[in-house]
Write a protein that binds this ligand. Sequence first.
Ligand SMILES: [Ca+2]
Ligand SMILES: [Ca+2]
Length: 496
Amino acid sequence: MKVLVPVFIVLAAGGPLCGATLTVDDDGPADYNNIQAAVTAAMPGDIVSLADGVYTGPANRGIDFGGKAITLKSAHGPARCIIDCQSRDRGIYFRHSETPMAIVDGLTIMNGRASEGGAIFSSDMTSATIRNCILRDNSATYRGGAIATGYNSAPVIEGCLIYANTGDSSGGGISCWQTTLTLTDCTISRNTTRGEGGGLHFYSSTVNVNRCAFSGNAAVSDGGAVYFSQASPVFSNCVFTDNRADYGGGAVSCSYGTAGIAVNCTFRGNTTANRGGGVLCSNSGAITLTNCIFVSHTQHAVYREWAASVTIANCLFNENQPSDVHDDETNASYSGAQIDGLWAGNVNNLSGDPRFALAGDARLLGDSPCIDRGTNEPGQPLPETDLDGNPRILDGNGDGATVADIGAFEYNSAQPSIALSAAEIEFVREPDGTGPEPADMQIQNCGGGTLSWQIDTNCPWLTFEPASGSVSGPANEAMISADVDGMAQGESIRRC
Ligand SMILES: [Ca+2]
Ligand SMILES: [Ca+2]
């Protein structure tokens, strides 16, 4: 028995839409008792609003918008509105030239199964908007465990949790072919593939990924978090933690004439058994890494091979094994400032402890060497906010010069900021009935002044001790206990 408690923030987003609201409830009074009937009846501009519940059965999966600009949303958020596909189909199929005004908002889609896109398939020429959703435990026998996109599609995905999905051949979380993808404020966690791209797989696509966290994704082949080929993704304000690829590129693998960019990203603890725990660039691929942190990688943080082009500027490296950067062309390894001048554009790189706020958090403490050590001109527009959505650029060291920090977070000396030791806590009850043991959470202030905090939860089965506090020096600690006695028989996982 497992109880998973992810701590993540879903940003609310709204869009002006005029039209009727059609209500759906599977077991209570409403306009319709299944989702497809309401979607079929809806007119452009309408909202289909789903009451709390777990929606199952053929009329509640494989949902087809029919090309209409309608919004399918939950009444009270994804934790309380679940489409359970029962491994018999995907959740939603966009295949009639839907535009960005075809919106899915605030649903959980789970146990979907299809060849492409276990939860959602945005097929050729479609451009749906998917936001505030939880897509988990879906699988694709081919590609895109949660989401697959087809040729000339342009979906917008924002504020979603993409969790524990599987794509057999590629893209455990998301797979894109000839797509223009915008991915913002998403958490991509524990997705897997037997092929390439445990989290994301991009082929011949233009991709903008901003403020996303990648953790615990795995690929048997290349790219534990991300694999891209003939694509030009831009990653900004992203954190890559504990991703793994058996073959190469524990976090990111780029290949075949690509032009990837990572600006203000933090790479930590990604692993591979072969080449490049952080980033592998091969087969004439190209990647530019600016204002990035690389900490605690195996098989070098960055690995260049087979006529690839790698540019590294204003990056900080620490505790990468056996070195920070390896050049397979010359079979030579380099660390810290040795990287400068190695290839064209390599400047201002350094070594040192980045001084993260906590072991499980990549925000910076006030004495971090990353503060005001980035470049304000990374070769493309600097992201205007950091991963928290706080302003970038700030003068973090008080010398009057406003300079970007290195990494995904910009230190703000003028106000407190919260850091947590874990983004997700797992409670396990053993088969013999013992457990779950309480978990310890550390809370740290990673800004100026004093941080006052309190825990606000809608989980009656969790207790916190203490539930509030203030911190200006050493981190606070809170014990979290889970009461799983009330779990239904056969219920094996509960999320909050
Ligand atoms: Ca700064
Ligand atoms: Ca400064």
